[in-house]
Design a protein around this ligand. Structure first.
Ligand code: ADP
Ligand code: MG
Length: 677
């Protein structure tokens, strides 16, 4: 069989439709993706002597089978016991529920067994029989429920057998030499099948550099493409904008004032704006966006705002309309979401195209193929990491290249954000509006739930409202996850004089809307919700949030959730109800209790997560790296950035023979982004 790197994984034996779909969820589409899907750790199967092994340690013993394997059955369970002679010491090896091993073992045969050592009994509780050919380090792949790590290992082995030696170098030879990086084939082999730790380390070092370098190349190319489109110089009405700012119900904070200046300056020039507005929850990004949008409208253009969820889109549309109306401005703001009736949608599309709508707010529905603008001058993207390259490039279609203002409430340590968002300019709101009270955060074990409930009741008694957040809606997911419906019913019973609402992702759109409106109007006092309330929801009268099983959320997500309270004049509280089982879980909650500063938390989060944890990266807003760790390997990331920049600035770099594979890879994978995003 001949195979190409770009062939789909289904070209391998044993990959049917179902497995293909499971692999796709891991981002593995092609043979190349599979071969660069590296293990996240290695299991040390290194052979040792019992005398060198501590009690309770996992170890591989190699020896001669000294007594025949005896299987004892207990109903469905079984134990298989045999003696293993290692040097002159006899070890008793027990396999639990693996009766078949007895068939493969004979007295006098040499075998290797991996398991947990019990020193006082000179016994090994066996995990598996290790084939003689196995590597000293067993690669462990990150995976999901739908595909086993072992399956991935087998597929990698199969693919590597067919592709060995055929992987082109993406990192230019000059850089490989300069930084002592491996040839790609050696890199791949040492990452998957290291024969010792040094090989694994060297393989991963090269893989990390390659990953960072490719990432930085993409950023540089996106940036170049952005600039090549050219921007629009908006001749906005400075006086009108100033008048709008003066009409606001509050004075802008210094930080808001500064970033407004940065954004308006960008809008005025012909250079295309691609700016990221970073500001902690509650720092007042919406009004900054509103000012930029209004400026756009005074220049005779339209502005669009994209939000990640319908609830947020609705809320933005409403608060924008209110802001403009209260300033006496007659702007037409419309909402475009997938929930619209066909007729309404058609009307809005027509009015967008004719330019009758000044500002449109929506979800992904804004970047559908049938949406045309009369003259789009600015696109605001809320929570930018949830929109991909495709959405942004769609906005550019039709010859217009609107300025982009992306907003994120996920603070990233400053040094890192410059690297991570290398293609964007960054504006930071590092100040909360005056008079905000610090949110008081506490943590309680589940058995003290009554105390948390008492706190909640006290707030309700003061006329405030409350959120109760639970991680999942399905009991079946894991037994110990509270079922949101159950929580809802219990609260209803516990709080008879208040109205309790239940909000989760499965609810029909109209019900969600009615409920959110009811909560805003204080007809509903307690909102029990899954993470639908995560981002941006603004109800200033809510002063307390209980987060149940809080250890199941990532740090960034918890910080986001907490930002739903403390939005008004009331002293606000967040209570984390959880019994964290891991150190990481404990530290995360402690960090949240200790500080409300998002930048500090972001730093803490990155430190806590380190390289090993694959989960959680999605929530952080940071780009995901497979091998490299942007915290630990920051120097390498920075070098990769400089080298990528140097390369793209070299005239004709993309025509050099040595860079052919790199150029092909970039154009393939960047096109791929557009398809799958
Ligand atoms: P976020 O940055 O989380 O999106 P919002 O834009 O939703 O924050 O603002 C949070 C709250 O603060 C809103 O109720 C908004 O009206 C209010 N706000 C914004 N700017 C100011 C300010 N300069 N002074 C007082 N309140 C403000
Ligand atoms: Mg917001």
């Amino acid at each position: 069989m001949s195979l190409a790197l770009q062939d789909p994984v289904s070209a391998l034996a044993g990959v049917g439709e179902k497995r293909q779909a499971a692999l796709r969820d891991l981002g593995i589409f092609t043979i190349e993706d599979l071969l660069t899907y590296y293990p996240f750790r290695y299991q040390d199967l290194g052979e040792r002597m019992p005398s060198e092994t501590l009690d309770g340690e996992k170890v591989t013993f190699k020896g001669i089978v000294s007594t025949p394997a005896v299987v004892r059955r207990f109903g469905k369970k079984s134990q298989t016991v045999l003696g293993l002679l290692i040097d002159r010491e006899n070890i008793r090896v027990t396999f639990f529920n693996q009766p078949w091993v007895a068939k493969n073992i004979e007295v006098g045969q040499e075998v290797a067994v991996y398991g947990t050592y019990n020193a006082s009994r000179a016994a090994l509780s066996a995990i598996k029989l290790v084939p003689a050919t196995t590597n000293a380090l067993d690669p462990i792949y990150p995976t999901t429920k739908s595909v086993r790590a072992k399956t991935i290992a087998d597929l990698v082995e199969q693919a590597w057998g067919l592709m060995r030696g055929q992987m082109p170098n993406l990192v230019p030879a000059e850089l490989r030499k300069k930084y002592r990086l491996l040839d790609k084939n050696q890199q791949v082999e040492w990452c998957h099948f290291p024969s010792d730790k040094a090989e694994a380390k060297a393989g991963r070092r090269s893989a990390a550099f390659e990953e960072f370098f490719i990432f930085q190349m993409r950023l540089q190319l996106i940036k170049q493409a952005d600039q090549s489109f050219g921007g629009q110089a908006l001749a906005y009405d400075n006086q009108a904008v100033q008048a709008f700012i003066d009409q606001l119900p509050y004075q802008l904070t210094n930080a808001q004032d500064r970033v407004v200046g940065e954004i308006l300056a960008d809008q005025k020039t012909a250079q295309h704006m691609n700016r990221l507005l970073q500001g902690d929850v509650g720092s007042g990004k919406t009004v900054v966006a509103a000012i930029a949008m209004y400026a756009t409208v005074t220049a005779g253009c339209q502005a669009a705002m994209m939000a990640p969820t319908e609830i947020l889109a609705q809320q933005h549309a409403k608060s924008l309309a209110k802001l403009f109306a209260s300033a006496g401005l007659d702007l037409r703001v419309e909402l475009l979401t997938s929930g619209l009736k066909a007729g309404q949608r058609r009307q809005i599309l027509a009015d967008l195209e004719s330019g009758e709508i000044d500002i449109v707010v929506g979800t992904h529905a804004l970047v559908q193929d049938d949406v045309y603008f009369h003259h789009l001058g600015l696109a605001v993207i809320d929570e930018q990491h949830r929109f991909g390259v495709k959405q942004r490039s769609k906005l550019r279609e039709g010859g217009m290249n609107p300025d982009i203002l992306a907003m994120t409430a996920t603070p990233i340590p400053r040094t890192l954000s410059i690297t991570a968002y290398g293609e964007m300019e960054v504006s930071i709101i590092d100040e909360l509006p005056a008079g905000r009270k610090q949110i008081i955060t506490s943590q309680m074990p589940n058995r003290q739930f009554d105390q948390a409930l008492a706190l909640l009741q006290a707030e309700l008694a003061k006329g405030a409202q409350a959120y109760v957040v639970t991680p999942l809606i399905e009991e079946s997911e894991t037994l110990d996850v509270r079922n949101v419906t159950e929580v809802y019913q219990n609260l209803q019973a516990a709080l008879p004089s208040y109205t309790v609402g239940l909000l989760h992702g499965r609810l029909p759109k109209e019900d969600k809307d009615t409920l959110m409106q009811g909560f805003k109007d204080n007809q509903v006092q307690v909102l029990v919700a899954t993470t639908v309330v995560e981002v941006g929801v603004d109800v200033p009268n809510a002063s307390i949030m209980l987060i149940l099983d809080a250890d199941r959320f990532g740090l960034a997500q918890l910080h986001q959730l907490r930002g739903r309270v403390g939005r008004g004049d009331r002293q606000s509280y967040t209570v984390l109800v959880a019994d964290p089982k891991t150190d990481y879980g404990k530290e995360r909650l402690k960090a949240l209790v200790d500080t409300t500063d998002g930048f500090e938390l972001a730093q803490k989060d990155l430190e806590l997560r380190g390289a090993g944890d694959i989960l959680g990266t999605k929530q952080s807003g940071m780009p995901e790296f497979q091998v490299g760790d942007p915290v630990k390997d920051l120097t390498m990331l920075t070098i990769a950035q400089q080298e990528a920049l140097t390369l793209v600035r070299e005239p004709g770099w993309d025509e050099e023979v040595d860079n052919r594979a790199l150029v092909a890879y970039l154009s393939q994978t960047m096109a791929q982004f557009r398809h799958f995003d």
